[in-house]
Design a protein around this ligand. Structure first.
Ligand code: COA
Length: 390
């Protein structure tokens, strides 16, 4: 059964301690309900993406539903690290596909700034492999991705300047996105002169710590075609996992789960050449190196050549494929559980051509891709959204 996204919503991302977690979620839900033109009583199932740990709420789903006036037949909290938002979308789609409900809501929300940077970095670091990698070797997330960056630079000859170009592009699009955490343009020099966080990654190579929420409403084919003239179909979703320990991976120059998830999604969607089949992509740029590796994992570039797309500015609008037209996690912000749904928000708005001037990609093929990675590749979700019913 085909499932369509019929409404999306999100808050402005940033440091937002004025609003409690249920308030953040409420704002995204209101936005999505308005966009879909339905009432809260129509929602039969809620999947709530939240990594938590930093939030006061221990079991947040019922509080979020109560505050938003939702009383679904069923619901669950969903956690797949930084890919939780896409996991919530997957569960919402399954609730519709199974016939459990005609309309399901996926919400993602985090209030990460409840804790200090060092406490957040510690919690995220414990999300890698606690015993072997965090406790024994002290690896945090910037350090994990720094290892990947070093291995990549050594193997293929990419430079810190190539990584910097990803940050410059994403800040450029962030500067035009009113929902982005950072709305200022930066230069390669700004990136190169920013302080090291985990060598060779500097401040501007990192996504920030963010508070925010995003939501997407999905509906069955029957209901979607009654409610909207512009359904955005979930054409395919690839889902994969990989070992938590980096030492168990075959390759440090690629996220194996992302390669697998992309392969599944492309096969289901009948995509042979992603660059020729997609209008744009939202990829998981938690660190600049992650976006370069994503180009290769998703088949936008050959292995070892992803950095050339950055160097040649081929992932701006007008290049071979626009990537992260919303500013990416780097500039838009990365409230981890909400990030995947914020990517879905951008992809849906882009396909419906509802984006502000300057960052609307040309929509010719009617297809967009969302790539969302959890941990260092413990999970990966690749979603193809399409204006054409599958
Ligand atoms: N990019 C650009 N600017 C940033 C930034 C980032 N990632 N993080 C913070 N800033 C800015 C702040 O806005 C602030 O600017 P101001 O002085 O003009 O107000 C300044 O830098 C200092 O901010 P602060 O919050 O004190 O920085 P910090 O040192 O506490 O945190 C990091 C910086 C990079 C350590 C932190 O953002 C981080 O850990 N990021 C990674 C998060 C992560 O791992 N997510 C999961 C990925 S899988």
């Amino acid at each position: 059964m085909a499932v369509a996204v019929i409404g999306v919503g999100m808050t402005k991302f940033g440091r937002d301690l004025e609003h409690q977690l249920p308030e953040l979620a409420f704002k995204a839900v209101e936005d999505a309900l308005r966009d879909a033109g339905i009432s809260r009583e129509d929602v039969g199932f809620v999947a709530f993406a939240n990594v938590g740990g930093w939030s006061s709420e221990f079991f947040p789903l019922p509080i979020v539903c109560e505050y938003a006036g939702l009383n679904p037949k069923g619901g669950m909290r969903v956690e797949a690290a930084c890919a939780s938002g896409s996991a919530a979308l997957a569960i919402a789609c399954m609730a519709v596909e199974s016939g459990y409900t005609d309309i399901a809501l996926a919400i993602g929300a985090e209030r990460m700034n409840e804790l200090s940077t060092s406490a957040v970095v510690e919690l995220l670091g414990r999300g890698g492999n606690f015993f072997w990698e965090f406790e024994t070797f002290g690896l945090t997330f910037p350090a994990y991705y720094a290892l990947l960056a070093k291995a990549y630079m050594d193997e293929y000859g990419a430079s810190e300047g190539d990584l910097a170009k990803i940050a410059v592009k994403n800040h450029y699009y962030g500067s035009m996105n009113p929902k982005a955490q950072f709305q200022k343009r930066i230069t390669v020099e700004d990136v190169l002169s920013s302080r090291y966080v985990a060598w060779p990654l500097k401040l501007y190579d990192c996504s920030p710590i963010t508070d925010g929420a995003a939501a997407a409403i999905v509906a069955s084919e029957k209901v979607a075609s009654k409610l909207t003239d512009t359904p955005v179909w979930v054409k395919a979703q690839g889902i994969a996992t990989a070992p938590a320990n980096l030492t168990m991976r075959n390759d440090l120059l690629s996220i194996e789960s992302a390669v697998e998830a992309a392969g599944q999604a492309y096969r289901k969607a009948g995509i042979d050449d992603p660059v020729k089949s997609l209008d744009l992509a939202l990829v998981h740029d938690c660190f600049t190196i992650a976006e370069i590796i994503a180009y290769e994992d998703l088949g936008f570039a050959r292995k070892g050549e992803g950095y050339l797309l950055a160097r040649e500015e081929q992932t701006y609008i007008g290049g071979i494929i626009p990537v992260n037209t919303d500013g990416g996690l780097k500039a838009k912000g990365h409230p981890v559980g909400a990030s995947g749904l914020a990517m879905i928000y951008e992809a849906v708005k882009q396909l419906r051509q509802e984006i502000e001037r300057g960052r609307q990609a040309p929509i010719r093929r009617g297809q967009a891709l969302v790539h969302n990675v959890g941990g260092t590749g413990h999970f990966a979700y690749v979603t193809i959204l399409s204006l054409e019913k599958p």
